[in-house]
Design a protein around this ligand. Sequence first.
Ligand code: ADP
Length: 246
Amino acid sequence: MTWTEHIEEQAHSARIAMLGELTASIAHEVNQPLAAIAITGETILRRLNRAEPDPEDLSILVRRMLSYSRRAADIIASVRGLARRSTDTRTAVSLHHIIQEALAFLNHEIISRSVSVRFSPACSLPEVYADRTQIQQVVVNLIVNAMQAMTQPTGSPRLLGIRTVRPDAETVCCIFEDSGPGIEEEYFGRLFESYFTTKECGMGMGLAICRLILEAHGGRVQADNGSAFGGARFSFALSVSAVAQH
Ligand code: ADP
C-alpha cells in the first residue's frame, strides 16, 4: 500500500466511524420520542374503545402525539446540525423553559417509574445563546440516566433534584442529583466516551452526546458522586456572555 492509499484508507475509516456515531446518536436520541408516540397511541386506542369516547380528551392526546413527532424530527435536524458544526439554529433561550419542557416530555416516564422530581430554579437566570433542541437533549439524557440509575428496588425513595445556579456573572449551571447507587470509581475516566455503557441494553451514546453538545456551545459537563440524595451528580455549565457576543 502506498502512503497516499494509506492516508485515504485512514480518512475512509474515520468517515465510517463518524457515520457509525452519527447513526448511533440519532437512534439513541429518537428512541425516547418514538416510545412516547407508541405509548400515546396505545392510550388513544384504549380510550376509543370506551363506551363514550371523549373527543376533547382524544384531541389532547393526538396533539401530544404530534408534538412528540415534531420533537423526533427536531432531534434528527439538530444531531445533523451538530455533525455539520452548524450554529445557525442558536437563539437566546431560557434554561428554565427548556427544563420544564423536558420534564413535560418525560412526565409519563417519571410517573410510571415513581420518581419524585424537585426542580429548584435560580431566582433570575439570564438566557443563554444556544440550540434549544440540543440543550433539551442534554437535559433529557441526564434525567433519563438518573431515572435508569434508580430502577433497582432499594426501598429508598427515588429522588431527582434539578437546580439551576449562577456561580458567577458569566456562567449558568444546571445540576442533576439522584438517589441512585452513584458512579463506580473505575468508570469516571470513561463515562463520556462514545459506546461506554454498563447497562445490558445501553448504547453508551447519551453522555457522549451531552459532552459533544456542550463543548460545541463552549460549555462543559461533569460528573461526581456528590448528590445531596446519595447518588450521582451531573452538572453542566454554559456561558452567559455568549448572548452578548451574538
Ligand atoms: P447508556 O445510558 O446507554 O449506558 P450513557 O452515555 O448515557 O449511555 O451513560 C454511560 C454510563 O454512565 C452508564 O452506562 C452508567 O454506567 C453511567 N451513568 C450515567 N448516568 C448515571 C447516573 N445518574 N448514575 C450512575 N451511573 C450513571
